[in-house]
Design a protein around this ligand. Structure first.
Ligand code: ASP
Ligand code: MG
Length: 421
């Protein structure tokens, strides 16, 4: 079996869905993983924010726009007004959540998942039906019934062992060999829907590939393959032909938007190659990621936004690394805040972390534990691997950075966002 993953950008309009159909046409033994269409997940996050603030009318207005957006894709595909009962039912469920939820902040992540999961449920319903309509027999797979995940809402992990039997059973005796399943979602053992972290559809596809012992996984994207920098931020970005698993994890972890960081492990464990391929041209080779590729020598630039920099110091000046490190990190874990860079002196611990919803709570908890916290909002983390003198003087030297860490092969700086671009 092969696994193909299509991201939101590749199915953002009717043309994209038709293109998907061209790519999968003629294939057998194929599992297709699809994300929510276009920017649907962002819109659903706004629905959730309105739900948090009890702004029902605003939430419904967002849903109205989503209904219109999806029918602007559906109708041209069928060439006529084409109401789809299942899609309407999914939107109706979503509206019911908006109307009936009594929101409590301790359940934020749980309700987030309930709302945001609709993007993929809707996109896959449309795509499965459209493929059938164009003669490709396939089965819609409900990943909530196949992926058993941890209960860590908004960032759940798939329990591969527990999911194996379920996924395999769902694909057996179906009379078809092409399957369409949602990226990004699963469910806890109790059946509560979960999401796997933003951009998590890559990870979903990798888990399917692992369980089904796929011969390969391909991610179809609107770029030629993996580039050494985001072309929107750095011109002169070039394509990398091959990458090994380890480099890929490092890059993804530093914020390169190639692939979700959790994607690699399930593939590596079964030595399954991952192809990142251009959506617009099936004949182009893209980038291959596997166990054998050499380390990359090209400079690689990664700019991670939406960060916060915290400087934490114990009020009694105790040595933070020796005496307080564990305390700080268990608070970060409690509020589920991810750290991307650590910078320490004897008494200060500098942390570059995601700008999470819980940052205020973390700060308060730290202050209650007798830490002083200095906080910089709206910062970004720039990483350059294999930097050259030229890149160093262009991007690193001239900036007024909050922190700079220089190693022989990589440099990382925390800067005010917006300074670079
Ligand atoms: N739709 C989800 C997101 O936008 C998952 C994904 O695209 O991989 O984050
Ligand atoms: Mg996406």
């Amino acid at each position: 079996m092969k696994v193909y993953k299509f991201g939101g950008a590749s199915v953002r309009n009717a043309e994209g869905v038709r293109n998907l159909q061209h790519i999968v046409e003629g294939e057998e033994n194929l599992f297709i993983v699809v994300s929510a269409m276009g920017k649907t997940t962002n819109a659903l996050e706004r629905v959730f924010t309105h739900l948090q603030k009890a702004e029902k009318a605003e939430a419904h207005a967002e849903i109205d726009a989503l209904v219109a957006y999806h029918y602007d894709i559906i109708n041209p595909l069928w060439g006529e007004e084409h109401p789809i009962e299942e899609v309407d039912a999914l939107f109706a469920e979503l509206r019911e959540i908006v109307d009936k939820t009594v929101y409590r902040s301790q359940d934020a992540e749980l309700w987030y998942d309930r709302v945001v999961a609709y993007g993929e449920l809707i996109s896959t319903t449309i795509i499965s039906k459209y493929l059938k309509h164009s003669g490709i027999r396939n089965r819609w797979i409900d990943m909530r019934e196949c992926f058993v995940t941890s209960a860590r809402h908004k960032d759940a992990n798939v329990d591969i062992k527990a999911s194996k039997l379920k996924l395999r059973a769902a694909l057996e005796n179906t009379g078809v060999t092409v399957f369409v399943g949602q990226g990004f979602i699963g469910a806890t053992p109790d059946g509560e829907v979960t999401t796997l972290g933003r951009e998590g559809s890559d990870y979903s596809a990798a888990v399917v590939a692992n369980i089904m012992q796929a011969e390969s996984m391909s991610v179809w994207k609107d770029v030629d393959g993996v580039l050494n920098a985001d072309p929107k931020l750095f011109k002169d970005a070039v394509k990398i032909d091959s990458l090994n698993y380890l480099d890929t994890i490092e890059l993804a972890y530093s914020g390169a938007q190639i692939i979700h960081p959790k994607t690699i492990k399930p593939l590596q464990n079964k030595n399954i190659p991952l192809y990142v391929r251009p959506f617009g041209d099936k004949t182009k080779p893209g980038t291959v990621i596997n166990g054998e590729a050499e380390r990359v020598k090209l400079p690689i630039m990664i700019y991670k936004r939406q960060q916060v920099f915290l400087i934490i110091r114990a009020k009694d000046f105790s040595f933070v690394m020796e005496e307080k490190f564990g305390e700080v990190f268990s608070l970060l874990e409690r509020y589920r805040i991810k750290t991307h860079l650590i910078h320490n002196s004897a008494v200060d611990l500098g942390l570059c972390v995601d700008a999470s919803w819980h940052i205020e709570e973390l700060q308060k908890a730290l202050e209650e534990e007798d830490f002083e916290v200095e906080r910089y909002d709206d910062v970004a983390l720039l990483t350059i691997r294999n930097y050259t003198d030229e890149l160093y003087s262009k991007y690193i030297k001239r900036h007024n950075h909050i922190v700079r860490q220089v190693n022989p092969e990589s440099v990382r700086v925390v800067m005010h966002d917006g300074e670079l671009v």
